[in-house]
Design a protein around this ligand. Structure first.
Ligand code: DCP
Ligand code: MG
Length: 437
């Protein structure tokens, strides 16, 4: 069935796919270690006695109640016979690149939204490859054949509905929502599946007897607007599956951040400084990879009592280099860490703009840029850790794993409440990945 154009007789009915790999990190490990297939595999940190959290759990491990963002120690208690493995970020990143390349065979309109998921607008590809369902099936087959992983796919007229659909029959799912059936498809599902409905909104909606997306769709719009303001109007639309957001809309992430949880809380200034340097380096590398510069640097600090603060500052000129990010992050962090035992540190960059659009700002020394670009080329070939500043060598600090705050994965993870910022932050502190919840 042509799942576009026809029903509405309009050529502008889009066909959007959301593709999400199943148990991504754990599935890569099971692929590479056949003896682990069928076993509960838990990827994250240094094993069941580690302070960190679970990054990924195989579906076998999920049967024991283990899930992403759960403390590893809790996972160890729930699943004592689980196979615990460290995160191999460089490997997963390389697999992610392969998968995204497969998706681009089907349409140039691919919007990666995290390491293992992307939206595709295949409206213009239907004539070549078949309807949305057929393209979804072909993508699943290609990912299995070429990369050896299973993906779940949702097909719908909007990003919102495609994403909910891909999640519904995981793992190895394919869910198609024909145009016109969005509201009926969403109606029986819990409201927490809707983007932008967090625990707080869900509790507020329950006061009105709203449990399902269908209940929400049935509420009068003026009530929603009165109760939730501007957000309320779009809430009603989204409950009916309406979402005009085009694929590829956000060509760049709104912010880039790295964070690190210490195995043991620390007040060692040298360790803190080296950690911030490592993260500044990681953030700068990702800015350069994306061809953008950042105007604002943010630090996040959580102490041993779990008090969390963020501080930010706008730079005199946007940058994609380590030094200014490191220097600014240190200036922001130094007064805040004094006398405290630190549990977690984060460095973020926001206010991103295309490098070329920012040409009116003085360019950095071109020789220095060539050196940096050469280093990036090595980093891409041999992984994040290949190039490390002399300062980091021998520190035995783990390369901070990249958590992209814009990913839906992170948005789904339960969070620790943060304290409000003193300075109004352009980076929503809630959007930081939280690996300590
Ligand atoms: N991830 C992480 N920390 C989190 C959430 C996710 O490190 N709190 C990493 C590990 C995941 C990957 O990102 O494998 C993709 O995230 P998903 O939310 O898509 O989770 P999975 O792919 O593991 O499982 P699912 O089958 O539910 O998609
Ligand atoms: Mg996934």
């Amino acid at each position: 069935m042509e799942d576009g154009a026809r029903d509405d007789g309009a050529m502008d009915v889009r066909t959007i796919l959301h593709v999400d790999l199943d148990a991504f990190f754990a599935a890569v490990e099971q692929r590479d270690h056949p003896e682990l297939r069928g076993k509960p595999v838990i990827v994250g940190g240094g094993g069941p006695n580690d302070r960190g959290v679970v990054s990924a759990a195989s579906y076998e491990a999920r049967a024991f109640g283990v899930h992403s963002a759960m403390p590893l120690r809790q996972a160890g208690r729930l699943c004592p016979h689980g196979v615990f493995l460290p995160v191999d970020g460089a490997k997963y990143q390389a697999v992610s690149v392969e998968v995204m390349a497969i998706l681009r065979r089907f349409t140039p309109l691919v919007e990666p939204i995290s390491i293992d998921e992307a939206f595709l607008d295949v409206t213009g590809s239907r004539i070549l490859f078949g309807d949305g369902e057929t393209i979804g099936r072909r993508i699943k087959e290609a990912v299995q054949a070429d990369v050896g992983l299973t993906a779940s796919v949702g097909v719908a007229r909007t990003k919102l509905v495609a994403k909910i659909a891909s999640d519904l029959r995981k793992p190895d799912g394919l869910v198609v929502v024909p145009p016109g059936e969005e509201a009926a498809f969403l109606a029986p599902l819990a409201i927490t599946r809707l983007w932008g409905v967090g625990a707080k909104s869900a509790a507020a909606l329950r006061e009105y007897g709203v449990q399902t997306i269908g209940d929400l769709a049935a509420l009068p719009e003026d009530l929603l607007v009165r109760r939730f303001g501007k957000h309320g109007a779009s809430l009603g639309d989204r409950a009916r599956g309406m979402d005009a957001d085009p694929v590829g809309d956000r060509d760049a992430a709104k912010s880039i951040s790295h964070e690190h949880t210490f195995d043991v809380d620390t007040s060692d200034r040298e360790v803190i400084e080296r950690t911030i340097l490592g993260m500044a380096e990681g953030v700068a590398g990702r800015l350069r990879d994306s061809g953008v510069k950042a105007a604002t640097v943010t630090v996040k600090i959580r102490d041993s009592s779990f008090r969390t603060i963020t501080r930010q500052r706008t730079l005199p000129q946007p940058t994609d280099l380590t030094e200014p990010i490191f220097r600014t992050a240190m200036e922001l962090a130094r007064p805040e860490v004094r006398g405290l035992r630190i549990r977690l540190l984060g460095v973020g960059a926001s206010g991103l703009g295309e490098r070329d659009q920012l040409a009116l700002f003085a360019e950095d020394d071109p020789r220095r840029r060539r050196v940096v670009e050469a280093a990036d080329a090595v980093r891409h070939r041999f992984g994040e850790r290949a190039i490390t500043r002399a300062r980091l060598v021998g520190s035995r600090l783990p390369a901070p794993f990249e958590h992209d705050p814009m990913t839906a994965a992170e948005a789904r993870a339960p969070r620790q409440p943060s304290e409000p910022d003193e300075e109004p932050a352009a980076v929503d502190p809630e959007s930081w990945s939280d690996d300590a919840s």
